[in-house]
Design a binder for this molecule. Structure first.
Ligand SMILES: C[S@@+](CC[C@H](N)C(=O)[O-])C[C@H]1O[C@@H](n2cnc3c(N)ncnc32)[C@H](O)[C@@H]1O
Length: 286
């Protein structure tokens, strides 16, 4: 086999026909839109997989993949490589202020008076978002005796879920976390050569991670939640898919519970049992 360094230049481009087959699968199974402008992006992600598998051509990969059952390990890897997992600690921070100043006091005196607050972080990527929430809720718990919480965090990518479960982040990733919170909730890696930090066990234990595809007919989640964070996921979906997925997410939300969408995502024009209470924050009304 050729050296891996030489391989990329030898690969032939992803043909329009092959792109159509891949993109049709991605949109049907994952809901993710794949317009023709995404061909080069998909091609470069597939090249990466070819190098890992030491294959010589995209045709070889396509043939290999489409002859496997859709529950095979290679399809799981394919899903890992086609999803975009950009995230950050304390991303879009106004939502966390809203949670602490408005949602939690209201729900602690109402919906969650006699039980823990339950939150679903839907599309959680590598864990920065649910661990941010766990830090925020833990701080609230310290200041408000009697308050308790649990977090369900789901994603379709096994790669990011594995990262999230371990909860180790390089030092540049933790920049958005304020110093007092770093002090309380992060542990310095024992490996002194690696500037990495691990989320403390008390926070990790509060978050249950699971694999879930929003395109599934039945999400298999028997509980309902007091808040759902569904941020920066639906931008990848068509309007029709957004309506279906948002409807299912709303069914998992308790009446009076709060729904947080990404700052650039609009819920206007959808048929949903929610009212807008703030920019990109909604409350379930029936
Ligand atoms: C851009 S990240 C957003 C992460 C986080 N919510 C945030 O705002 O920082 C989008 C996540 O949605 C996940 N995703 C995309 N399509 C999905 C699907 N059909 N089912 C479940 N998760 C999906 C991706 O794997 C990815 O981790």
């Amino acid at each position: 086999m050729n050296s891996q360094v030489l391989k990329p230049s030898t690969y032939s481009p992803l043909s329009k026909e092959s792109f159509s087959r891949f993109s049709e699968f991605i949109t049907r199974e994952l809901g993710i839109k794949m317009p023709p402008e995404k061909r080069i992006m998909l091609q470069s992600r597939l090249y990466k997989r070819l190098r890992q598998l030491d294959l010589d051509s995209l045709d070889e990969y396509e043939h290999h993949l489409f002859n496997l059952p859709e529950n095979s390990d290679e399809w799981v890897e394919f899903v890992n490589l086609v999803t975009t997992n950009k995230t950050d600690f304390f991303r879009e921070p106004s939502h966390f202020s809203f949670l602490v100043e408005k949602t939690l006091p209201e729900l602690q005196n109402g919906l969650c008076r006699d039980r823990p607050f339950k939150l679903w972080c839907a599309g959680c990527s590598s864990g920065e978002e649910p661990y941010t929430l766990s830090m925020v809720l833990s701080e609230y718990k310290v200041a408000h005796p009697g308050f308790d919480y649990s977090i369900l965090a789901t994603d379709i990518s096994t790669r990011v879920l594995n990262h999230a479960r371990i909860g180790i982040y390089d030092s540049e990733r933790i920049d958005p976390i304020a110093e007092p919170l770093r002090h309380r909730y992060l542990m310095r890696s024992k490996d002194r050569d690696r500037a990495a930090f691990r989320i403390v066990p008390e926070l990790r234990q509060r978050v249950s991670f699971g694999r879930l595809n929003f395109m599934n007919d039945d999400y298999g989640i028997r509980e309902t939640f007091d808040a759902v964070f569904f941020r920066n996921v639906m931008i990848y979906f068509s309007k029709e898919t957004q309506q279906v997925v948002l409807g299912k997410l709303c069914r998992q939300l308790n009446v009076g519970g709060y729904f947080f969408a990404g700052h650039s995502e609009s819920l206007v024009g959808f048929d949903l049992p929610i009212r807008q209470v703030e920019n990109s924050v909604f409350q379930k009304i029936r």
